[in-house]
Ligand binder design. Sequence first.
Ligand code: SF4
Length: 371
Amino acid sequence: MPERVFVVGDAAEDVVAQRVLSRLGAVEVVNLDSDDDPLRAPSGAGAGEESSHISLGKRWLMLKRYRGKWLKGCPGTLGHVCCNLWVVNPGEGCPLDCTYCALQHYFRRNPTLKLFTNTGEMLKEIEQRTSAEPRRRFRICTGELTDSLVFDHLTDLSLELVPLFARLPNAVLEFKTKDCEVDNLLTLRHEHGGKTVVSWSVNAPEVVEQDEALTASLEQRMNAAALVAEAGYRVGLHFDPLVFYPGWKEGYCATIRYIFSRIDAENIAWISIAPLRYHPEQQEIMLRRFPESRLPLVENFLAKDNKLRIFQPLRFEMLRFIWKELHAVRAGMPVYMCMESPAAWRSIVGGPPLAGTELAEIFSRSACCRV
Ligand code: SF4
């Protein structure tokens, strides 16, 4: 729950802002005329100042209107295979606090959490854009710049998004979360039409405990996943980031066994796997904010996309191991590597993702495959 809420200009008139404020109850509210982030770092601010602002930003919330284009292709990453994901961002920043989170670097100069109050315009744009290109298939995720469900109890956004996607013939919605807040989704069990996938980022319990502060435990996530699966939703899993630590093989093996003791492999829409990678400047933020984390200490190299990645032989070994373990659960499991190099695809699978396989739903750009 935020300690202070900033409401910017005309956002105060929006239903979303009024709903959020009424649900927050007794909280300090500050009205602002300007869109500027109250924690905006001055140019030349060092990593020390940025890091303390990042921590404070997770306790402050801005309610404002978004002025740009809502629906965008995921930028992917240079020289890596792209999975054609589309993204919309109903907010920016996340109150949860994973040591490796890329958002702490991405929003380091504007770290206050943001919720956009004109999401009605976002819904309109999704509808217009997808109907203007009926042959294109849109897989649209709300969890790129925030956690998809962590604010849902304040905004009720899922109550509008899920029925919208049920009506769109060429689009699938993906929520991506580390939370376990699914009450709204359960009320929509007869309205989702199989067009919403609820995805959890998952990790070995020791990683969740040490590097994913404030998130739901793996058990809580899987309890929620079992509930939405029972309500007819397909479930996505993102093993992202895969982390190297002593005993990682046993840890991930036990995690996969546990997950599939809680959810049926038949309910899986897709699974991504992606080893840890981050911008070099982020390393300093991680070291300052989480001095006890061992993640920045793993042997890394600077990849083509200017991100530090786990040393290649180890990275490929991790990918190959998880790929095999997941396919041991079910042969046709729709597993893909997120933002991996063509070399990784060649080494682990023998080549790039092919049309006509279980990965068609993820990699196809046309509307002819399953939606
Ligand atoms: S849950 Fe996701 S968005 Fe939130 S802090 Fe963790 S990595 Fe970042």
